[in-house]
Design a protein around this ligand. Structure first.
Ligand SMILES: NC(=O)N[C@@H](CC(=O)O)C(=O)O
Ligand SMILES: [Zn+2]
Ligand SMILES: [Zn+2]
Length: 432
């Protein structure tokens, strides 16, 4: 099993025979350098791979990962985080801005892109901050970041932009280049920095500060009005709660330009995992009861939730080995994202492979403005591929990872082990 940085390889030539495409048809797929070629034009001695029983998805795109570089390279780096991405089938990721320093200037966005060009195993898009230092007081260099780094998406993720007027001004600035604001929806008065458990019977019993679903849905409802007012695009990070889904449905019905993502952990895990106060399961927004998990699955299936975003959030051991209220929130997710989608949505018959390609490649690529990602697996298209064995399974081992961190909420769980091969713009970035 190998993971390779893009800069350390040349585009490959590879013929994958008899593979199943997302629409259910069978075809040969020919990786001819950076594009897919016509299989009948492949040379007789080309390297071959038997694709029977395998699914050829487009390379997956993750709109929400934390790579921790610069500032917390002990927890993750661009190299290790994108290696985990390649192993998870991803060919592009958006790196959130809550690094140290925060990605709030054009210079810092370009520095991240330069590091990625040297070390990354997939395409890395720097997300720009909405406000300077994520402090929620003054706007960051929105338009300069867009101009310098091609960034379309801006977010204070980790923090909520609570100031309505500042949010309005940010919408107005990104509207000019058709950019999008991605909100970490957490009203800081309803769910403050200590909030760490879904507000309900369990938070009361454990004595943990509650995180009401209204803290999420109220912010999204406000932002919908600002998106409608300004005509700008709006994206909801890591939706966790049923009332928020109602707000998103109503906004879409009104024609507001809104998209939303769900994480794999909110699609599988429930709040009762907090009963033993294991900080691995501490995350923002918190794990919710089963009725919210079910509502989220239905929303991904019907398209109310447009895409999957892992919110891959690696943390060093000492930041998790603390009292529950003091521990850092977040969990890794890149290497198990497709596995969780298969078990929660594909196997139960709620999403077909074309749906997976849409929620995990086409939709996030459109959000980020990536024209060469999330495209069909077809001759003439960019050679981005995630080759999937839908039957393989294993017990998840948190130490068997490309990530530098081990805060894996699926430890010991029986899950699919689907990714056989990842190809990014013709480069074989992962092969098992
Ligand atoms: N999700 C989390 O609990 N933590 C994220 C920040 C975030 O996505 O809000 C992190 O950066 O660790
Ligand atoms: Zn967040
Ligand atoms: Zn995040």
């Amino acid at each position: 099993m190998t993971v390779t940085a893009l800069s350390a390889s040349v585009p490959a030539q590879l013929l994958i025979t008899g593979v199943t495409l997302p629409d259910g048809s069978t075809a040969d797929v020919y990786v001819d350098g950076p594009v897919f070629g016509d299989p009948s034009s492949a040379p007789a001695d080309v390297a071959r791979l038997d694709g029977s029983g395998l699914i050829a998805l487009p390379g997956l795109v993750d709109p929400h990962v934390h790579l921790r570089e610069p500032g917390r390279e002990d927890a993750e780096t661009i190299r290790t985080g994108t290696a985990a991405a390649a192993r998870g089938g991803f060919t592009a990721v958006q790196a959130m801005a809550n690094t140290s320093p925060v990605t709030d200037t054009a210079e810092l966005a370009c520095a991240m892109a330069a590091t990625a060009a040297e070390h990354a195993a997939c395409v890395v898009i720097p997300c720009g901050a909405i406000t300077q230092r994520l402090a929620g007081e003054h706007l960051a260099e929105l338009e300069p970041i867009h101009r310098a780094a091609g960034t379309m998406c801006f977010s204070d993720d980790g923090k909520c932009v609570a100031d309505s007027q500042l949010m309005r001004e940010a919408f107005e600035e990104v509207r000019a280049f058709d950019g999008v604001l991605a909100q970490h929806a957490q009203d800081p008065r309803l769910a403050g920095p200590d909030a760490c458990c879904h507000e309900g019977e369990l938070s009361a019993r454990l004595g943990l500060p509650g995180w009401t679903t209204a803290a999420e849905s109220a912010i999204v409802a406000r932002d919908v009005e600002l998106a409608a007012l300004t005509g700008a695009r709006y994206h909801v990070c890591h939706v966790s709660a049923q009332p928020t889904l109602d707000v998103i449905r109503a906004a879409k019905a009104r024609g507001v330009r809104i998209t939303a993502e769900a994480t794999p952990h909110h699609l599988l895990l429930t709040t009762d995992l907090l009963a033993d106060l294991d900080t691995t399961f501490k995350v923002n927004p918190p794990l919710r009861p089963a009725e919210h998990v079910e509502a989220l699955r239905a929303a991904v299936a019907d398209g109310t939730v447009d895409m999957i975003g892992t919110d891959h959030a690696p943390h060093a051991p000492q930041d998790k080995a603390k009292a529950f209220v003091a521990a850092s929130p977040g969990m890794v997710g890149l290497e198990q994202s497709l596995a969780v989608v298969i078990d929660t949505l594909v196997r139960p018959g709620r999403l077909d492979w074309a749906g997976v390609a849409d929620r995990m490649a086409h939709s996030p690529a459109a959000l980020l403005g990536l024209t060469d990602q999330g495209r069909p697996v077809a001759p003439g298209e960019p050679a981005n591929l995630c080759l999937v064995d839908p039957e393989a399974r294993h017990a998840v081992d948190p130490t068997d990872t490309e990530s530098r961190s081990r805060n894996n909420p699926y430890a010991g769980r029986d899950l699919p082990d689907p990714v056989r091969l990842t190809v990014c713009l013709g480069h074989v970035t992962y092969r098992r």
